[in-house]
Design a protein around this ligand. Structure first.
Ligand SMILES: [Zn+2]
Length: 292
């Protein structure tokens, strides 16, 4: 059993990290109100988050889900009656891919030896929004910003006074961008977020940072990677290369932690090939393979 710790990153923000994929959960508290971001992953960790919130003298008002990937949505079932906020696309994600998401959760629970007391039901948002949504937490204004690219329904959360950016599954120190939705949308999203004054950055997975040099380096690294991916995959498609030839042509692209991220890079190239008009025989290519 590991001890759960809560790191305070701004006066209203604590982050706790699960050992599973170094997944971050947020506890935001002001004036006795708490807002949770992606509380997870195990039941024990989620109960720990509930206990921590109570110890701070706050009650949970809202849960914000950054996107519908299975490792981000296991919290709400433990907080009955709490408002759940997600992007409108989340509903489509659940409607279209709900069965695949349930299979992924069941597979993980089986591997982890977890027995459920109640059957799994995917959380439905009580509030779903299209463009930008402002959520008030005490004196703070949380701006929920659509951030597609990794997932169609992904959002980022920004608070201007402390320059806090909760980045969903982006801007990690451990992962490269997982372009499992759309490459050009991912580039647009990063360009928009890079224009914000960010002083505290929390990725969905990996280490949070308040180091301005490190924050800029993460933006630059991910933007340069996506630009290289786009340029080289595009050139390959225009030259009439096949999918394996395109994968080969994109082996020279630099990215962080090359061993751990070789698999995701390959999936990125395959997905970019299809997005940019490449033709191949297999119907299931790139990140689509992960949904099986
Ligand atoms: Zn994700």
């Amino acid at each position: 059993m590991t001890t759960q710790t809560f790191q305070r990153l701004s006066p209203y923000l604590w982050v706790t990290q699960s050992p599973i994929f170094a997944t971050n959960s947020g506890v935001l508290i002001d004036a006795g109100q708490a807002c949770l971001i992606d509380p997870g992953i195990t039941e024990e960790e989620i109960r720990g988050i509930a206990r921590f919130t109570l110890e701070q003298g706050a009650s949970v008002q809202t849960i914000i889900l950054t996107h519908g990937h299975w490792d981000h949505i296991l919290g709400p079932e433990h907080f009955s009656g709490v408002k759940v906020i997600a992007h409108a696309e989340y509903k489509h994600t659940i409607a279209q891919h709900g069965e695949a998401i349930m299979r992924q959760i069941s597979r993980w629970e089986t591997e982890a030896g977890i027995l459920r007391a109640q059957p799994l039901r995917l959380p439905q948002p009580t509030l779903a929004f299209e463009s930008v949504l402002h959520v008030h937490l005490g004196q703070y204004d949380l701006r929920l910003i659509p951030a597609p690219g990794h997932a169609a329904d992904q959002i980022a959360i920004y608070e201007a006074e402390y320059g806090m950016l909760w980045a969903g599954d982006m801007l990690s120190d451990a992962e490269i961008p997982f372009v499992s939705h759309n490459l050009s949308a991912y580039q647009d999203t990063l360009a928009r977020l890079a224009a914000l004054d960010v002083r505290v950055l929390i990725p969905g997975h990996g280490m949070p940072t308040a180091d301005l040099v490190e924050i800029r380096a993460r933006f630059d690294g991910d933007q340069e990677y996506l630009q290289s991916l786009s340029t080289q995959a595009h050139a390959a498609v225009l030259a009439g290369k096949t999918l394996p030839e395109t994968v080969e042509a994109c082996t020279g692209i630099a990215f962080r932690q090359p061993q751990e991220n070789a698999g995701p890079h390959r999936l990125n190239v395959e997905s970019a090939f299809i997005e940019l008009g490449g033709i191949c025989e297999s119907p299931v290519v790139g990140w689509m393979r992960e949904e099986e």
